[in-house]
Design a protein around this ligand. Structure first.
Ligand code: HEM
Ligand code: HEM
Length: 136
């Protein structure tokens, strides 16, 4: 579900981005679906993060400390980079939802644009060698 919701988020985010750039009032609806998708992904992500032995917080203990995690590209991605970038993106998506409710589309468009950049950078795309995960 966490994998598939990524596609829902990306599609809705692109739509919301175009709508806020063009000041289309439909963004008020899309921003809510986008927020809900992002919050569900957050819950699922937190569950994975604190339950997984191999791609979450347990790596800190398993690898003998945070210093070793930061020296290892794979561990650093899963313990630090993915969660940090994604929580930042979800906060921006939540803020942008508030902006669209007040019809402040100018603020919303920049929040959405930064969220998109963060998500594109922090998804474990299949072509990202060590951390690769499937498209679906
Ligand atoms: C750790 C988990 C979560 C956190 C920290 C969180 C946090 C927040 C925050 C800060 C807001 C904005 C309140 C505002 O200023 O208007 C919000 C709104 C909302 N969240 Fe979450 N949320 C979480 C999980 C979820 C889940 C799992 C769902 C749905 C299944 C959800 C659905 C919503 C909805 C529908 C709104 C109101 C949106 C609106 O009408 O503008 N959230 N949440
Ligand atoms: C916009 C938000 C997010 C997106 C688009 C996203 C996307 C993804 C994708 C595509 C995967 C690969 C899934 C697979 O193995 O097929 C993944 C894995 C993972 N994500 Fe996220 N994620 C988001 C937020 C988060 C957050 C907030 C957390 C932590 C709190 C998190 C924790 C994880 C973990 C632990 C995995 C590894 C799961 C595994 O393969 O066993 N994610 N994420």
């Amino acid at each position: 579900m966490h994998n598939i919701l990524r596609w829902v988020i990306l599609i809705l985010l692109l739509i919301a981005l175009v709508q806020s750039f063009t000041k289309n009032n439909s963004v008020k609806k899309v921003s809510l679906w986008l927020l809900i998708s992002a919050h569900i992904t957050l819950i699922l992500g937190l569950f994975q993060y604190f339950n997984s032995e191999t791609v979450g917080f347990h790596l800190v203990e398993n690898m003998g400390g945070f210093g070793n995690v930061m020296k290892d590209g794979f561990a650093r991605f899963w313990v630090v980079e993915h969660i940090t970038a994604m929580i930042a993106a979800i906060i921006l998506i939540t803020m942008a939802r508030g902006k669209t409710k007040k019809e402040n589309y100018n603020a919303a468009k920049w929040l959405y644009l930064i969220a998109l950049v963060l998500i594109m950078a922090a998804v474990p795309w299949p072509f990202r060698e060590a951390i690769a995960r499937p498209w679906l």
